[in-house]
Write a protein that binds this ligand. Structure first.
Ligand code: 13P
Length: 258
């Protein structure tokens, strides 16, 4: 089986201005040792207005944390007021771009088709897509987790090449666990991440499924990270609230020590 280096990502959502962003990154860098960052990949996803400032700090202080974005448009340029093109992010040395976050799907009407176009555009701009997927509580209670995730993955990945999928990231985030303080149990999170991997195998092949990194997201905290991260099909975490505290995020990154 392929060895997959864990990826711990902090999704700041619509929080922190660029001054606050710089402070958080500096504080975070003091809390991490070289060993911590050798063992896992780490990315942070600030709001667009912070990205240039965060890039400058990461590069000036040689902090080995990858820069990420929370979204982008799929077009290269043009009359799309308020949107950001993938190449603009790539120019700021952004490595990872989240697409299809449930908040964008639910609040901004992002569809699987849009997610699909974004994945292709992110890849074309030589960045890595973190494609988010996950079910609502109603879908879980109705026994629709498998059919819902299969649809999200099939439509979201339509026409995306196997080698792209092999090197991308899928974040499984059950909507009922996001920002609620309710984390999926490690067993439930493992079962569903395994299901995601199996779906990738069915859509592509075993090598692709063995290689794609699957993150769990939804109320991950320093206390819950170690057990979640020890599950065989969980290769990282996409963290919201706890990523806004340098101490908590560092502790999540150091899950092996806890
Ligand atoms: P919380 O960690 O705040 O539940 O957010 C999870 C999330 O949505 C990350 O993208």
């Amino acid at each position: 089986m392929a060895t997959r280096k864990p990826l711990i990502s902090g999704n700041w959502k619509m929080n922190l201005n660029h001054f606050e962003a710089i402070q958080l990154v500096q504080k975070l860098s003091y809390g991490l040792t070289k060993d911590d960052i050798d063992a896992v990949d780490v990315s942070i996803h600030p709001p667009f207005t912070d990205i240039r400032s965060v890039q400058t700090v990461l590069e000036a202080d040689k902090i080995p944390i990858a820069l990420g974005a929370q979204n982008c448009h799929w077009e290269v340029k043009g009359a799309f007021t308020g949107e950001i093109a993938p190449s603009m992010l790539a120019k700021l040395n952004v490595t990872y771009v989240i697409c299809g976050h449930s908040e964008r799907r639910e609040l901004m009407g992002e569809t699987n088709e849009m997610v699909n176009k974004k994945i292709k555009a992110i890849t074309k701009a030589e960045m890595t897509a973190i494609m988010a997927c996950g079910e609502t509580l109603e879908q879980r209670e109705a026994g629709e987790v498998e059919s819902h995730l299969t649809t999200q993955l099939t439509e979201g990945l339509a026409g995306v090449k196997a080698d792209t999928v092999a090197s991308m990231v899928i974040a499984y985030e059950p909507i009922w666990a996001i920002g609620t303080g309710v984390t999926a149990t490690p067993e439930d999170a493992q079962d569903t991440c395994k299901l995601v991997r199996k779906t990738v195998e069915d859509l592509y092949n075993k090598a692709t499924a063995d290689s794609v990194r699957i993150q769990y997201g939804g109320s991950v905290k320093p206390g819950t990270a170690p057990e979640l991260m020890s599950q065989p099909d969980i290769d990282g975490a996409l963290i919201g609230g706890a990523a806004l505290s340098a101490e908590d995020f560092a502790h999540c990154i150091q899950y092996r020590l806890r």
